[in-house]
Design a protein around this ligand. Structure first.
Ligand code: SF4
Length: 101
């Protein structure tokens, strides 16, 4: 089974705090959920961005906090999108004629 964003558990089980106080849902995210210099940990953990991130993950959507992350969940979503968007041989009648002719 290919794991996608819906399989990520980090926003419920993990957080990373960087030296400058930024709180991230994991070590892969380049964006933060908030900053401990501005809010306490409960406000960040239960804040609007964290709640929205969890909703996106339940819906198998890539939240902006996770966009472009090198984790397997986001990377597998990108591979799936490429597969869905890639034209299929045989979908193009001109190509079929080329092969048949
Ligand atoms: S970046 Fe990847 S591992 Fe981190 S919370 Fe988002 S989906 Fe999960």
């Amino acid at each position: 089974m290919v794991e996608t964003v819906k399989d990520c558990h980090y926003p419920w089980t993990w957080m990373m705090v960087t030296a400058d106080g930024a709180v991230k849902p994991c070590c892969f995210s380049s964006a933060s959920l908030g900053n401990l210099h501005d809010n306490d940990i409960d406000e960040v953990w239960n804040g609007a961005t964290a709640i929205e991130l969890r909703k996106y993950i339940k819906a198998n959507r890539v939240h902006p906090v996770c966009a472009g992350a090198p984790c397997k969940y986001v990377q597998n979503m990108q591979i799936r999108l490429v597969q869905v968007e890639a034209p299929q041989l045989g979908d193009n009648p001109a190509h079929v004629n080329e092969v048949a002719g």
